[in-house]
Design a protein around this ligand. Structure first.
Ligand SMILES: [Zn+2]
Length: 279
């Protein structure tokens, strides 16, 4: 790869990347060729979309079927007061276009389902899960395991967040990495966990978690550093505590274990549940 891909404007825009040995013009070219699908343009998706666009991720897909509500604006910073009532994907795409004309934004005003997930994820290098419900989280996990697609996971609850990265790179010489179901084999029953609307969330919390997700995606595309693979980062904003817990793959995992029950996303009923975490 050559730095001839970067024109003078790009060399200027990305100069603070280009001057670092770990990135350089080749790394920046890799980012510009990168394709990232962000699922959810809410609390986690907003900062992720902003930083990925600023970093020059060449193709950004944004999936969301909601419209902007005023109560979103306390944390969903890609949207503004004038956007209330507009589809979130439109508002987010406007933001990206204003920020960086290098980015090719694709918007999908739809909800992920087992029928649509393959088409939506196809053509992207990495998926960033910024969704707000267990149905989407498990569907993305299962599809990404089965298709070998890297997946960034982030979740928030009140003052706490968690984030990790699933490369879904299995079958090599190293021990297979874990997936989300290795930790949490089944989604909780609908109605058994409170949702964001009833419990509240500290507005800046998804900013921190979404930024860590964006950092992981950028590192993945650059092929540099140590990802949060096999490690779950737990963040508590109340005591400003960061803790990393080791995760191992689970041989009894229903999707990536030794005898998986889930061989296709059609094998599971991904039902809507209220959200313990994201939004
Ligand atoms: Zn697993």
């Amino acid at each position: 790869m050559s730095d001839l891909r970067l024109d003078a404007t790009q060399l200027d825009r990305y100069s603070r990347h280009v001057i670092m040995d770990e990135i350089g013009p080749e790394g920046q070219s890799r980012l510009l060729e990168g394709r990232v699908l962000v699922v959810g343009a809410g609390g986690l998706g907003s900062p992720a979309i902003q930083y990925l666009a600023a970093a020059g991720i060449g193709r950004l897909g944004i999936v969301d079927d909601d419209v902007v509500e005023r109560s979103n604006l306390q944390r969903q910073i890609v949207h503004g007061d004038d956007d209330v009532g507009r589809p979130k994907v439109e508002s987010a795409a406007d933001y990206v276009e204003r920020l960086n004309p290098d980015i090719d934004v694709e918007t999908y005003e739809t909800r992920l389902t087992s029928d649509t997930v393959a088409d939506l994820v196809d053509g992207y290098d990495v998926v960033l899960d910024a969704s707000d419900n267990f149905a989407t989280r498990y569907l993305l996990n299962d599809h990404c395991v089965l298709s070998g697609t890297p997946l960034s996971h982030g979740a928030i609850y009140r003052f706490e967040g968690q984030v990790t990265t699933f490369t879904n790179d299995r079958g090599g010489d190293d021990e297979d990495p874990p997936c989300y179901r290795c930790l949490f084999p089944e989604a909780p029953e609908p109605g058994t966990v409170p949702d964001c609307a009833t419990t509240g969330v500290l507005g800046v919390l998804p900013g921190t978690v979404g930024c860590i997700q964006a950092t992981e995606v950028v590192k993945y595309l650059l092929g540099t550093g140590e990802l949060l693979e096999g490690r779950l980062l737990l963040y508590d904003a109340m005591d400003m505590g960061f803790e990393t817990v080791e995760m191992r793959s689970n041989p009894a995992c229903p999707v990536c274990g030794d005898e998986p029950e889930i061989e296709s996303v059609d094998d599971v009923a991904y039902e809507g549940t209220c959200s313990l975490t994201a939004d």
